[in-house]
Write a protein that binds this ligand. Structure first.
Ligand SMILES: NC(=O)c1ccc[n+]([C@@H]2O[C@H](COP(=O)([O-])OP(=O)(O)OC[C@H]3O[C@@H](n4cnc5c(N)ncnc54)[C@H](O)[C@@H]3O)[C@@H](O)[C@H]2O)c1
Length: 341
């Protein structure tokens, strides 16, 4: 476990999949955490409430249910918390949903993120860390993706709003000398995961005897990141506060005009979707009925993270093998929904 000097953190999206894991880890390390989450109904609110009830067992956890768009209330929560660091994870996530529901992405990911930048500016936090996504690499075909690649051609509105968050953050970092780290996450999975994501849906369908939808004839590759590895990487990055890179004062991959950097967090492994599915079948001891479909609109055939920068900054590299991570998820799923392993 890393040495953390920061003691008081505000996490947005704390009832969400990644926010829950991160917050729990921070609380277990003895830190004070203020959580902000609107418990939106994008997916099962009961799952979010259950995560929240676990966090609320800690007296060092303080929760507020508000939307990020409510700037006045958000600012008062930030001020009252006296947090030294903000980790901004709340978002309207999901690639496919953004095709039919763009407004939700605009409100949360752009207006909400702008409000977080404002709160960070006003309260002068030591470090703002915020989540972006591998989706910003769009249709880039040069694999693995590294942070210096061109990301101006998003394929979905979700990716466009996350990219917008990145560039708004750079301008705030420059204008107000606000230290900001942006993470680009690659397909995160694990216990307490999101019901709209493949692992959750596939597990549910296989157990119900329903067919699973496999796009692009299964010719899909993802860099799957186990959630405990991801939270460990975030915790290590909390104290890697970027400095603007000046001549004779090089700070790894930081902007030359702002205390700002972007860091990929992935497993650095390109896994074929069919191998991932086979590992789910093995964990469940059941075979999936497979429904092969063409490529979906906005989808990309492959993602793969170059995590050299993360390794250079923290000495750490996520490495849970997907078959181990899937087994952890399946055990959690059986226990949570059927009280059996
Ligand atoms: N899970 C992944 O594979 C993945 C991959 C790339 C990037 N990300 C990013 O990581 C972050 C966390 O994702 P996640 O998988 O935990 O998603 P999640 O949907 O489980 O969590 C997001 C949380 O934000 C809350 N929220 C949504 N809109 C809000 C609003 N307007 N105000 C306040 N709260 C709001 C939701 O209630 C939810 O609990 C997001 O920024 C997402 O874009 C996730």
């Amino acid at each position: 476990m890393c040495e953390v000097i920061v003691k008081n953190i505000l996490v947005t999206g704390s009832a969400g999949f990644i926010g829950f894991h991160l917050t729990l880890h921070l609380l277990q390390m003895g830190l004070k955490v203020t959580g902000v989450d609107a418990l939106t109904d994008y997916y099962d609110v009961e799952l979010k409430k259950k995560r929240l009830s676990i966090l609320q067992e800690y007296s060092s956890y303080q929760h507020t249910t508000i939307r990020l768009e409510d700037k006045k209330k958000l600012l008062s929560v930030c001020e009252e918390s006296q947090a030294e660091v903000i980790v901004h994870l709340a978002a309207q996530a999901g690639v496919r949903y953004s095709i039919d529901h763009p407004n939700e992405y605009l409100d949360t990911n752009i207006t909400g993120t702008f409000n977080i930048l404002e709160c960070a500016r006003i309260t002068r936090v030591k470090h703002l860390l915020m989540a972006s996504t591998s989706s910003v690499y769009g249709a880039n075909t040069s694999l693995p993706f590294d942070e210096s690649q061109h990301t101006d051609n998003p394929l979905t509105f979700y990716a466009a709003t996350k990219k917008c968050g990145e560039i708004m953050a750079h301008s705030y970092s420059h204008l107000f000398e606000l230290p900001i780290t942006v993470f680009r996450f690659f397909t995160v999975y694990g216990p307490w995961g999101r019901p709209d994501m493949a692992l959750f849906k596939f597990t549910q369908c296989i157990l119900n005897g329903d067919p699973i939808d496999i796009y692009n004839g299964g010719e899909m590759y993802r860099d799957f990141t186990y959630v405990a590895d991801l939270t460990q990487a975030i915790i290590l990055l909390l104290e890697r506060i970027p400095r603007r890179t000046l001549e004779n004062d090089y700070d790894e991959n930081a902007s030359s005009v702002a205390p700002f950097r972007i860091v990929n967090i992935g497993n650095s492994e390109k896994v074929k979707l069919m191998d991932f599915i086979e590992a789910i079948e093995d964990s469940l001891h059941m075979k999936a009925k497979k429904n092969y479909l063409p490529m979906q609109q906005g989808d990309v055939p492959a993602t793969w993270a170059d995590c050299t920068l993360l390794k250079n900054l923290t000495g750490y590299q996520p490495q849970t093998h997907y078959s181990d991570g899937i087994l952890e998820f399946v055990n959690w799923y059986r226990e949570f929904y059927f009280h059996s392993i």
